[in-house]
Design a protein around this ligand. Sequence first.
Ligand code: NCD
Length: 305
Amino acid sequence: MKYLIDPMDLTTQEVRGILQLAHEIMEDPKKYAHKCEGKKLATLFFEPSTRTRLSFEAAMLELGGSVIGFSSADSSSAAKGENVADTVRVVQCYADIIVMRHPKEGSAKAAAMNLEIPFINAGDGGHQHPTQTLTDLLSIESIKGRLDHLSIGLCGDLMFGRTVHSLIRAMMRYQDIKFTLISPEELHLPNYLLKEMKQNGVPYVETRQLEGAIDNLDILYMTRVQKERFFNEADYLRLRDSCILDSKKLSSARPDMIILHPLPRVNEIPNEIDKDPRACYFKQVLYGKYVRMALILTMLGESEC
Ligand code: NCD
């Protein structure tokens, strides 16, 4: 596997292999502690990140490898006008695998085009975020015990939320998946994804409010309104409070529903919800490290034990 730009770059068998390996790593992490000795991971982050960058770096370090990289565009030659294709082409002389996040949709594809080493998209603008999706899949499988027969509510900024876009594409391939899309009209899911769901016969309903939509869900996937993708502050301020989960709304949810969130949260989940046993978003963070360990091993061809 040379690159991962969109969740559809992985077949369902490849996803299965990565999740299986992540489960094995979780059971016995020590067994994998030297697998990537002598290998380097480069993290090229042109956009802010806490979890994605640090979980990739922690993953590589726990595999015995090392990491190089930068965490903002200002500290790279992008500030001098270099394009991403040139930047990654240079970095491949120093590293064995590249992880890149960039604010422009399509930048990951442009960057990966002429590369000789494995490349992972860690988020390209409001487009896709396939490794958050692997994190979400591992979380769902570990907590719910399955990836099929699920009713999934996606709530918040469905227009710009790349984690939602990637999760829909990945989950659409499993049996008996239903989506409830909860967002204000202005932040509805992009039409190309609505079309893909229709073409694949995946049932969905669109609604504006959590009330009434939450009652029969297996999973509620909350997202923040993506401030950085708005053209003007007034629109952001008007929309940012449109989908907030609170204890009252949560009281009509099923006792076995789980709440996921890629994080960071802003105000869409108040802290009081954190102690509810259904709140799984901090557990989800840890799954992110293990699944990235599995992905690095798979992409470097080091996954055999
Ligand atoms: C997400 C992202 O960057 O798209 N964060 C993450 O990687 N965990 C979600 C977000 O920023 O809202």
